[in-house]
Design a binder for this molecule. Structure first.
Ligand SMILES: [Zn+2]
Length: 148
């Protein structure tokens, strides 16, 4: 299993104590997932939210702010557009039109997202015979909003 998490301390909604909170994305059993764990030592409130598929914006924002934005793009000259489309379609979270648009972007400038999302996508591409490179975008989190 691979993953990235951001730990922080927030105030407990029930007792006002310090809650350890962990927000993350992971790849497990070949699938992309996300989770939010909170654990209050004072009143023993423990909650664990976890699901498969694309993470909610609240989770992605935390990871992008902490670890920065990453990009993935195919490398090499003979990239099969059909393979790109298949990879983007196989998890069932995108419409055909959306997958086509993303496949076009992927073949061009590449796609961006969190490190775990991009590593996951690169892994799927490699499974379909497409070599892919993943790397950080820009100079770091501080630059994330530049150019918009
Ligand atoms: Zn508490």
């Amino acid at each position: 299993m691979t993953g990235r998490a951001v730990r922080s301390t927030v105030e407990c909604g029930r007792c006002g104590g310090a809650v350890r909170r962990e927000v993350g994305q992971f790849v497990r059993w070949g699938r992309l997932g996300w989770g939010v764990d909170t654990d209050c030592a004072d009143c023993s409130v423990i909650s664990c939210e976890e699901d498969w598929g694309p993470a909610p914006d609240s989770v992605r924002r935390v990871l992008l702010a902490e670890h920065g934005t990453f990009a993935v793009r195919p490398v090499g000259s003979a990239v099969s557009g059909l393979a790109l489309l298949r990879v983007l379609r196989e998890d069932g979270t995108r419409s055909l039109a959306e997958a086509r648009r993303l496949a076009g972007e992927l073949a061009g400038a590449g796609l961006t997202g969190t490190e775990v999302e991009m590593e996951f996508l690169a892994g799927r591409l490699r499974l379909h015979g497409v070599a892919a490179a993943v790397g950080p975008v820009g100079a770091g989190p501080g630059q994330a909003s530049a150019g918009r």
